[in-house]
Design a protein around this ligand. Structure first.
Ligand code: F6P
Length: 195
């Protein structure tokens, strides 16, 4: 059975500063992860000549994929991070201070909360539908390099986790989650390449 490998991009400059959204490049640590990931993929998919690498359209996922050679890369807008609308580029502290009502509403119902002029987790789940259909259709391995909220939603779908848990699923940086659909259900392996 073909594996699906899920990973967040390497640490970005916004990750370092605790800022949400944006389209920043990788930190030095993030660049190191990109190299380690390429190394891992080359070994793991050595005999899988038809594997593909899927990224979002944001720099941090494209840069994370860039050291990987030998596999075609596809950019999906549907794999872009949750749109944080008017809060884009802010820290959680700044949101709490400048928009306390928004901060509270999100805390109360993170699944349904929609950022003003942005998206909710439910919106993200909905826009992922074509990606999921295409993923299920694939016969070869796929490496998905995306973002925290999006990967929570994708992972929940494959691991059969309930909707209400999606926004709180742990999705650490610099870790690969490998999913295999076997006869006995879904098998999962994790590879933590860096701290
Ligand atoms: O902090 C990284 C990030 O990908 C942000 O860009 C995004 O807004 C956030 O994670 C999503 O996580 P949460 O829904 O927990 O805020």
């Amino acid at each position: 059975p073909r594996p699906i490998l899920l990973t967040r991009h390497g640490e970005s400059l916004h990750n370092v500063r605790g800022r949400v959204g944006g389209d920043t490049v990788l930190s030095e640590t993030g660049e190191l992860y990109a190299k380690k990931l390429a190394n891992f993929i080359e070994k793991r998919l050595k005999y899988e000549k038809t594997a593909t690498i899927w990224t979002s359209t944001l720099q941090r996922t494209i840069l994370t994929a860039s050291p990987i050679v030998g596999f075609p890369k596809i950019q999906w807008r549907a794999l872009d991070e949750i749109n944080s609308g008017v809060c884009d580029g802010m820290t959680y502290e700044e949101i709490k201070k400048n928009m306390p009502e928004e901060f509270e509403s999100r805390k109360k119902d993170k699944l349904r909360y929609r950022y003003p002029r942005g998206e909710s987790y439910l919106d993200v789940i909905q826009r992922l539908e074509p990606v999921i259909i295409e993923l299920e259709r694939q016969r070869a391995p796929v490496v998905v390099i995306s973002h925290q909220a999006v990967l929570r939603a994708l992972y929940a779908y494959f691991a059969d986790r309930p909707l209400r848990e999606v926004p709180d699923i742990e999705m650490p940086l610099h870790t690969i989650i490998e999913i295999q659909m076997g006869v006995l259900g879904v098998e999962e392996k994790r590879y933590k390449l860096m701290d």
